[in-house]
Design a protein around this ligand. Structure first.
Ligand code: UDP
Length: 328
């Protein structure tokens, strides 16, 4: 029997990789995307529905057409800096969009929900390694909107039995090593692709945001995880729900913090080229350090990351950025 999974944001970076992983695992991913930031070319692994989470009728129609066994919810705004400048946008799109989706899922009797959350829900905790039990105190509107959705899931779980697995991502990087899908934002704001653009001359330089953080070298510490490992965890989370194992939350990170300067140094070695760099002010909303301190996804879910070393993530991202026929 065909098992459809509704993948919101399935035409985006992480969603498209998730669709590939779902297809490999025997599910049929149904992309639900408004294609505002997603890419039609990234829909390769199943059917798609063009719709908007702001429009409940679009969502209801997708549930009627495909009768999915579960939802994977990736569609969201996810830029820390933008969320500080325009909090209303983040509350409107992320929180209202999730509410519309969750209500539609419950109405359709689809009670398995995998949610894309973030380490930004933890906020800035003085360099403490972050476990699933660390109190969540977001310092930016992006993190706050995701934290609100986590609460929403808990409430709908209690009221209607909506089973949910929450994944709190650390910094997602890399690309499908087969080159079928990869990271491409418009505009690009993320460290690794911007850095590689600078290496390859597509941009003049990378600007490092802040060198006066209370970290060993003054730049922010982040924990990077390969997108392919990340989406593998989602398939495990889906099976966890389908096996009736109940609602829970997992951090997804490598457990190792890299400073911005360390990422730059690694890129220089992997690409064998200098990284042109300038130094600028801090970006509003950035925590000094966000590092996962938990093995819970490994020990409880059985997650076994394969590609989450900095050199593999940079190499895969670099190969994707230099794929044949690619032009910015
Ligand atoms: N960063 C930077 N210059 C850039 C983009 C990002 O120095 O042009 C830093 C940013 O301040 C953060 C880290 O790189 O400490 C990762 O940022 P990114 O936007 O990739 O992911 P986020 O941590 O916001 O999810």
């Amino acid at each position: 029997m065909v098992q459809h999974v509704l993948v919101t944001g399935g035409a985006g970076y992480i969603g498209a990789h998730a669709c590939k992983a779902l297809g490999r695992a025997g599910f049929v991913p149904v992309v639900f995307d408004n294609f505002a930031t997603g890419w039609r070319e990234a829909v390769k692994f199943g059917p798609s529905v063009e719709g908007d989470l702001m429009n409940p009728a679009d969502i209801a129609a997708a549930f009627v057409q495909y009768r999915p066994v579960a939802v994977m919810h990736f569609a969201a705004l996810s830029l820390v800096g933008e969320s500080m400048a325009d909090p209303a946008k983040y509350w409107r799109v992320n929180v209202n969009g999730a509410l519309n989706l969750i209500e539609a899922a419950v109405a359709a009797g689809c009670l398995n929900f995998v949610f894309s959350s973030t380490c930004a829900t933890y906020g800035d905790q003085d360099g403490v390694v972050l476990t699933e039990d660390t109190p969540q105190r977001p310092i930016n509107s992006y993190g706050a909107s995701k934290r609100a959705i986590e609460e929403m899931l808990a409430n709908f779980g209690t009221a209607f039995g909506l089973q949910h697995v929450i994944f709190r991502y650390f910094n997602v990087a890399g690309a499908d090593p087969d080159g079928e899908v990869g990271e491409q934002h418009r505009p690009e704001t993320h460290l690794i692709p911007l850095m590689l653009d600078a290496v390859d001359g597509r941009r003049p330089a990378l600007t490092v945001f802040g060198t006066d953080y209370p970290t060993p070298d003054g730049t922010c510490l982040r924990d990077y995880v390969h997108v392919c490992d990340l989406v593998d965890a989602h398939v495990l989370g889906l099976n966890w729900l389908l096996d009736g194992r109940g609602s829970t939350a997992f951090n997804l990170g490598s457990g190792t913090g890299f400073s911005v300067r360390e990422v730059i140094a690694a890129a220089s070695i992997v690409t064998n080229r200098p990284v042109p760099v300038t130094y600028g002010a801090r970006r509003a909303g950035d925590a000094a350090a966000l590092v996962s301190g938990s093995d819970r996804a490994r020990t409880v879910l059985g997650w076994q990351p394969q590609r989450s070393t900095m050199d593999i993530m940079i190499r895969d991202a670099h190969d994707w950025g230099n794929r044949p026929g690619f032009a910015t």
